[in-house]
Design a protein around this ligand. Structure first.
Ligand SMILES: Nc1ncnc2c1ncn2[C@@H]1O[C@H](COP(=O)(O)OP(=O)(O)OP(=O)(O)O)[C@@H](O)[C@H]1O
Length: 596
């Protein structure tokens, strides 16, 4: 693991939990610390410490995470920590068959689970005794407390620390009643009722400590109350602000540099992205005056590009694959989204962690000077720990500040430097500014710049972009018709088509690398094709391919995203309720990690 000392936040949480366990102090924990600040170890260490030396192997801790990928990641951390102590860690997330999972439950002392799979195992009466459970951790708690997941809480909570023969239907019923009563009481008379509510109904869970972990803790009282927290202890970073009663719920690492490029014309967006990636550079004479020149990130290294949907990620990935060939840049572009098969996702994650090349037709071996660009949907936005991520680019603006915080948090982890760049259309800039302002981030600033293309630049590049988009359209169209696998790297025929654009691009000086040549496999194939027209005909696209609509920036309709970005009235109501609870109940709140 290579960790020599603990971060202050980890020390604070560790010593509190150790002390509280030793003295049998009742109290749950709410940990709200920046992305990449080591929250996993903060709760994992005290849990493991508490189990070491226990003679009877029993299930002592359940850690719940919202996705399979995150559960797998956290299970890895626990396995590393417990390796030398013979503590059994089980993972139930659907990553392996239910039979294999069931077998692992028999001896499990620490269980890492996704909510659905956890309920499945309990419902099926699998070898899962919850009687000795002492910790319930909700990692990414705000996500786990969202509506679509809440069923699992109602189901699991009443069973913790009890014999499992408690009728689950009864338990569910009692919990529902309690929650509804609680929220109504809070709304009417926050101070008195909520205290009484939090004290009540804890009979079955007295011995279970709940730990809520996120960089963006929920402020929604309805969601918090149903957990029946007891004397919650808040851990959050020191705030300079006077009014800290609500705490800073959106934590950004201090080593993160935040930028936003405002783009006037939607169709310039892909070109601005290429510039930001350092794939195309402005003429050297412009370097001092052109803001784009200062905007460019280092070409090498690993970057993560977020798009608004699975489809958008796929299109952008394809487009970048095409441009990587056209511009002769040395690196790899890969896609990561929920649409990929589990095997492919695993392979991509391995690649990202190891920074290796996965494309079978990639000819260059892994090297630090080669870049790796991962284009993804929000599947990678939360919790995923990628050690060597140099920058995050929001190609599509995030629709909520929470999403912004988590996406940005994939870089600048564990005190390292990192950059997040958000590409904004002029129309979106106002909303984005408002969203950031409402997040109440103290003195943090996002460096914003207008970043258009000069007319001559646009004139010279737009034709290449059009050609690339035409090729992209045909690719997508073939995938839609089921003639191509969207799960594979750029197919052969598309790479051949790229040849036709390549020389043109190079002649016009757009190639990032002056000496760029086509990869050998394409060059050889191209010569063969030109000698054998019959064969070439087979590779060409059918004439009837219908183009897929690619509006505005040439990729998708961005304006639709901007319109969806509003904070609902319900959120405001919950914010109000939460503020009441926070002021009235949580006076024990820890204001700094050190001042415990
Ligand atoms: N004390 C430490 N010293 C050095 N590195 C550490 C330390 N603790 C944790 N790390 C490393 O910091 C990285 C981030 O840790 P972790 O994934 O727990 O962050 P997190 O706070 O949960 O982030 P997120 O909110 O994004 O989920 C990991 O690679 C981890 O190994």
């Amino acid at each position: 693991m290579g960790i020599t000392s603990l971060f202050p936040m980890q020390e604070a949480v560790f010593s509190y939990l150790q002390d509280a366990s030793a003295k049998r102090i009742v109290g749950d924990v709410i940990l709200c610390a920046p992305t990449g600040s080591g929250k996993t170890l903060a709760y994992a260490l005290p849990i493991v410490q508490g189990i070491i030396g226990r003679k009877l192997p029993r299930l002592r801790a359940i850690i719940v995470l919202p996705t399979r990928d995150l559960a797998t990641q956290v299970a890895g951390v626990f396995k590393e920590l417990t390796g030398n102590f013979g503590i059994s860690v089980a993972l139930v997330s659907g990553a392996t068959s239910i039979v294999v999972e069931r077998a692992s439950l028999k001896t499990a002392e620490i269980l890492i689970a996704t909510p659905g799979r956890l309920v499945d195992h309990i419902e099926n009466g699998d070898a899962l005794s919850l009687r000795s459970v002492r910790y319930l951790v909700l990692d990414e708690s705000d996500r786990l407390l969202q509506d679509e997941y809440q069923g699992w809480i109602d189901y699991v909570l009443p069973l913790l620390g009890t014999d499992r023969n408690l009728n689950s239907k009864q338990a569910e019923q009692s919990c529902r009643t309690r929650s509804t009563a609680g929220i109504i009481a809070l709304a009417i008379q926050p101070e008195v009722s909520a205290r009484a509510f939090m004290r009540s109904g804890q009979t079955s869970q007295e011995s279970v400590r709940k730990v809520l972990v996120s960089a963006t803790q929920t402020k929604n009282p309805k969601r918090l109350v149903r957990l029946g927290l007891r004397h919650p202890k808040f851990f959050e970073p020191i705030s300079e602000r006077e009014d800290t009663s609500l705490g800073n719920n959106y934590n950004i690492p201090s080593s993160l540099s935040e930028k936003a490029w405002i783009i006037r014309d939607a169709e310039d967006k892909p070109i601005v992205l290429l510039k930001t990636l350092g794939w195309i550079t402005p003429a050297s004479s412009d370097m001092h005056n052109d803001p784009a020149a200062q905007a460019v990130l280092a070409l090498s290294g690993t970057k993560l590009i977020f798009t608004k949907s699975i489809q958008a990620a796929h299109r952008l990935c394809r487009l970048l694959e095409i441009f990587a060939l056209l511009l002769g840049v040395e690196g790899d572009v890969i896609e990561m989204s929920g649409d990929l098969s589990p095997a492919r996702r695993k392979q991509v994650m391995k690649t990202v962690h190891e920074r290796k090349v996965v494309h079978p037709n990639s000819t260059v071996s892994p090297h630090s000077s080669r870049f790796l660009v991962v284009v993804c949907s929000d599947v990678l936005a939360r919790g995923v720990d990628i050690f060597n991520m140099d920058a995050v680019i929001n190609y599509d603006v995030p629709v909520h500040i929470r999403t912004y915080v988590h996406r940005a948090g994939r870089t600048a982890r564990a005190g390292r430097a990192g950059t997040v760049v958000t590409l904004l259309l002029s129309k979106q800039a106002h909303h984005f500014r408002e969203m950031v302002r409402q997040a109440d981030r103290g003195d943090r600033k996002i460096q914003a710049k207008n970043l258009g293309l000069r007319d001559e630049e646009r004139a010279s590049f737009i034709e290449k972009l059009d050609n690339a988009l035409r090729l992209l359209r045909r690719l997508i169209s073939r995938e839609t018709l089921g003639l191509l696998s969207a799960d594979k790297p750029l197919p052969e025929y598309a790479r051949l088509e790229v040849c036709n654009l390549f020389e043109e691009m190079k002649a016009d000086g757009w190639a990032q690398n002056e000496d760029a040549t086509l990869p050998d496999d394409i060059r050889k194939r191209r010569i063969t094709e030109s000698l054998e027209p019959a064969k070439r005909g087979r590779l060409d696209l059918p004439p009837g391919d219908s183009p897929t609509a690619i509006p505005t920036d040439g990729l998708d309709n961005i304006e639709a995203t901007a319109e969806n970005e509003t904070l609902g009235g319900e959120d405001e109501f919950h914010d109000f309720l939460f503020s009441q609870i926070a002021r009235n109940l949580l006076s024990e709140k820890t204001r700094s990690f050190r001042a415990m």
